[in-house]
Design a protein around this ligand. Structure first.
Ligand code: ATP
Ligand code: MG
Length: 634
């Protein structure tokens, strides 16, 4: 199943389009099934109704744990690096992880959990989070992981939406120099959630918490009970390929988060296949993804993907800037990380701290680098290539979404020739098309349009929880027989794909369509700019004007001169057509907790309409919005 040359990629791609069922059946054969499927694929994008490997029986945890025990019981499955670098790190081998998952699965059963139940997990990035996720999958309960930074109201919304009956949490969490009161937040959320009958509380920060008799139990006490019961095994529940595995809410950068549903068989095959190929994982390598398990990147590429391949996955509890901006590089050095998968927002923020935090670090173990979450601007791409990869590590710019389950358009490390700013080519099985506003496919190269996918892949979302109609209207109703990604995209003369941002974020300046990401990329090239966000606003002459919010912490000249320099930079790089009409200097941008810029808020401010900013519950720092509102340019 592993592609190792560009010729092999081309062959695999061709086969995946001509004989998709055969192609995916061959891939699926690399996994452990309790019973093989009856049909590889049944589908229509109208309802939509997509089934992969139906009739097949499996449990994803047997693929992530049990099947590695024979040969790799003592291979590290998880290396855990704590928030505080002076605290001991932990290593769990496949055998240890297997035993802990079985143990906690029995805890869940003792607490009334059954197949099909929805269980909310709200925990810090500790190994027990991965254990909780896998224990749910072990017994066939559906997990809904909520990122540990969310507020009580956001958690309550998600618990109610999925009608969860159990919550797994911890007393508190350490993130940077913060001490987060997780159980308190859960207590506030549960006031609104009568469906929750049990909370299981892990001890992490040993902060004082309220424990309600009959509802709240300690993780450690429950483990002791299982130990005295003396039955450490927990047989893996037999799941249908199309049974739900998990619900995960999108990051909410374009509106109210959607409860994306993934199922057992297809998701497993897709997460495993893409992990093995994109990162070209070799046995013995240490792989470090800096995401949180609370996001899809963590689900697919900290937990399920790597574990299904018997890989060693590093989990980091803290943040890249604690105790200082060299932390990621310290971790690479300490654990001899070979593969690093991170996000443009993290790279840009670390760039802002300068090279002092990088220069003395031994990064020689690194072999492959990856990026996800947003278009990576060229400056960040080169910074990563020059200063972290020392121009010898392929960079994979991986485009995908919560809804796609796994990576879709990306270079394969060391196999696909890369180009900065480009996600390059679709993986085998992925058939991207670009369409114009009327839904007509735009053929050929050197074109841009709205990115759609015309054929299902095993990791495609099956529904949005409790609201299939929302799934249909959001993704399948815009264009007939196409999955609509919501992203704008360019296909260059070489057939390489470059994501230009959300379709809503494409500007139309004097009749020219320009992606916000293109303009931001150019602005960020200016030497004193750390980060920027660009939106359109109504303009009498041009139709839309370009409004840029720019983070420029140490401006050398006065603001007006810097503005002119930025405008000159954009003119040079894209052309005068993309010149910002307004440049507002800000101290930070409104970001979601997953690090994405909420452009819809910036758009409203640029339009001068701040009365209703919509759902801002997923914002990291609402205060920044106030500051931007105050300083808005008329
Ligand atoms: P919501 O759908 O609630 O607005 P979201 O789309 O931010 O949330 P995710 O599913 O985490 O939530 O993000 C997927 C989006 O991230 C993609 O649609 C795309 O816009 C962007 N993205 C991810 N990776 C890349 C990449 N490598 N290049 C460009 N854009 C990317
Ligand atoms: Mg989205």
């Amino acid at each position: 199943m592993k592609i190792t040359s560009f010729e092999q990629y081309e062959q695999a791609y061709k086969q995946s389009v001509e004989q998709p069922e055969q192609f995916w059946a061959d891939v699926a054969d690399n996994f452990t099934w309790k019973k093989k499927w009856d049909n590889v694929l049944q589908w229509n994008f109208k309802d939509p109704d997509v089934k992969w490997f139906s009739g097949g029986k499996l449990n994803i945890t047997e693929n992530c744990l049990d099947r590695h025990l024979e040969k790799n019981a003592d291979t590290p499955a998880i290396i855990w690096e704590p928030n505080d670098p002076t605290e001991d790190f932990r290593v769990l081998t496949y055998k240890q992880l297997h035993d802990k998952v079985c143990q906690f699965a029995n805890v869940l059963k003792n607490n009334g959990a059954k197949k099909g139940d929805r269980i909310c997990i709200y925990m810090p990035m500790v190994p027990e989070l991965a254990i909780a996720v896998l224990a749910c999958a072990r017994i066939g309960a559906i997990h809904s992981v909520v990122f540990g930074g969310f507020s009580a109201q956001s958690i309550a919304d998600r618990i109610k939406d999925a009608d969860c009956n159990i919550v797994i949490t911890s007393d508190g969490a350490f993130r940077g120099n913060k001490d987060i009161q997780m159980k308190n937040v859960i207590d506030d959320a549960l006031v609104q959630c009568p469906s929750v009958k049990r909370t299981i509380v892990l001890t992490r920060s040993r902060t004082a918490v309220s424990m309600i008799k009959g509802r709240d139990v300690w993780w450690e006490d429950e483990i002791k009970k299982v130990e005295t019961q003396g039955n450490p095994e927990c047989p893996a529940e037999e799941m249908d390929a199309e049974d739900m595995l998990f619900i995960l809410y999108t990051s909410g950068s374009t509106g109210k988060p959607k409860g994306v549903v993934h199922t057992c068989g297809g998701y497993m095959v897709y997460a495993g296949y893409t992990f093995a190929n994109v990162f070209q994982y070799n046995p013995g390598e240490v792989y470090f993804c800096t995401a949180d398990i609370g996001w899809i990147t963590g689900h697919s590429y900290i937990a399920y993907g790597p574990l299904s391949q018997g890989a060693t996955t590093l989990m980091f509890e803290g943040v890249p800037t604690y105790p200082d901006a060299g932390r990621l590089w310290d971790i690479v050095e300490k654990h001899k990380v070979n593969i690093l998968y991170t996000a443009p927002t993290a790279i840009r923020s670390l760039m802002g701290f300068g090279l002092d935090f990088v220069k003395d670090k031994d990064l020689s173990s690194l072999k492959k680098l990856g990026s996800v979450g947003e278009p990576i601007n060229e400056e960040a791409w080169h910074w990563l290539d020059d200063n972290i990869g020392h121009n010898k590590c392929p960079i994979v710019d991986t485009w995908w979404q919560t809804e796609t389950g796994g990576i879709m358009i990306t270079p394969i490390a060391g196999v696909t020739p890369t180009k900065p700013g480009y996600a390059t080519l679709p993986l085998p099985g992925i058939q991207p098309v670009l369409v114009n506003e009327n839904g007509q496919e735009i053929q050929g190269n050197g074109v841009s349009g709205n990115l759609c996918i015309k054929f299902p892949w095993p990791g495609i979302l099956r529904t949005t929880y409790g609201d299939h109609e929302r799934c249909r209207t959001t993704y399948f109703a815009t264009y007939d027989n196409l999955y609509f990604t919501g992203d704008g995209c360019l296909r260059d003369e070489d057939g390489y794909y470059r994501i230009t941002g959300r379709v809503d974020d494409v500007l139309n300046v004097s009749g020219h369509r320009i992606g916000t990401a293109e303009v931001e990329n150019a602005i960020n090239m200016h030497s004193s700019v750390v980060e920027s966000a660009v939106v359109g606003y109504p303009h009498d002459i041009k139709g839309q004007g370009v409004y840029a919010y720019v983070v420029c912490p140490d401006m050398h000249e006065d603001a007006d001169l810097t503005r002119k320099d930025i405008i000159m930079t954009v003119s040079r790089i894209i052309g005068p057509i993309a010149k910002p009409d307004k440049i507002q200097f800000v101290s930070g941008l409104p970001k979601t907790r997953s690090g994405k810029i909420m452009r819809r808020i910036l758009r409203k401010i640029a339009e001068g309409d701040t009365s209703n900013l919509g759902d801002t519950s997923t914002l990291l720092d609402p205060a920044v919005v106030e500051e931007i509102k105050q300083g808005a340019l008329k």
